[in-house]
Design a protein around this ligand. Structure first.
Ligand SMILES: [Zn+2]
Length: 231
């Protein structure tokens, strides 16, 4: 009994410490978010420079000249364990053929990545990207659709599916209604629609977009070539 109480005491103290740490982060984030300047502005890149850096990385990937893995250890030594300073945020599909960091030749600490089937915008995704843009200061959010997307394909087919897979369909249906049943066209329309949703459904994102400090773009990743094209 004594031991049990002792353990409970230790756990509860650890929980309190953990809670205090979390509250500290949340409080800090709130302070940054409520300031007039967007972000912690931890990267000095402009939105277009951030986009160029991503696309330059993709060019290295396409040409087989990846460099990111050479720098991992150095970056770790520079202290990414203590902080993160991503220069871009990416919303991509969960598809295993879209490894975002590799596609853009980036390593630890550079890209804030949210992945969900169909690269759809949900409240949780908005909240995550708001954290990336407003708190961490990424000047760019790129919504990345990809060739052969199963979520878009399934939405076009509109057939019964196991579990809660069909809960994805309503998010993607506007793209199918706009682009029709041609898969690539629907995938591209979906990426553009999700980017529009981010621009319009979150004041925390639309304000820096209007101020020119945040860019929200859509792009298409072609599986066969590895090339990312802006939409
Ligand atoms: Zn997909």
């Amino acid at each position: 009994m004594t031991m049990k109480r002792h353990l409970e005491g230790r756990l509860s103290r650890r929980d309190l410490l953990a809670a205090a740490a979390v509250l500290g982060v949340v409080s800090g984030a709130g302070a940054v978010a409520s300031s007039s300047a967007p972000a912690g502005a931890q990267t000095a890149l402009s939105p277009s420079q951030a986009l160029d850096r991503l696309l330059d990385g993709n060019a290295r990937y396409v040409n087989g000249g990846l460099t990111a893995f050479n720098e991992d250890l150095a970056i770790l030594k520079q202290g990414t364990a203590q902080k993160q300073e991503p220069f871009a945020a990416v919303l991509s599909c969960a598809d295993s053929r879209v490894p975002v960091e590799i596609v853009f030749d980036q390593s630890i600490g550079h890209v804030f990545v949210c992945r969900v089937a169909g690269n759809i915008v949900t409240p949780e995704i908005i909240g995550s990207l708001e954290y990336g843009a407003v708190v961490l200061g990424t000047p760019l959010i790129l919504v990345l659709g990809h060739g052969g997307c199963g979520a878009v394909s399934a939405t076009i087919a509109n057939k019964p599916a196991p579990g809660q897979i069909t809960s994805l369909f309503p998010h993607i249906r506007p793209a199918v209604e706009r682009a029709g049943s041609h898969l690539e066209a629907a995938i591209k329309a979906n990426a553009m629609i999700q980017a529009d949703l981010l621009r319009t459904s979150s004041p925390a994102l639309s304000e820096p977009v209007q101020a020119g400090t945040l860019k929200i773009a859509a792009a298409y990743y072609e599986l066969a070539t590895g090339r990312v094209s802006l939409l």
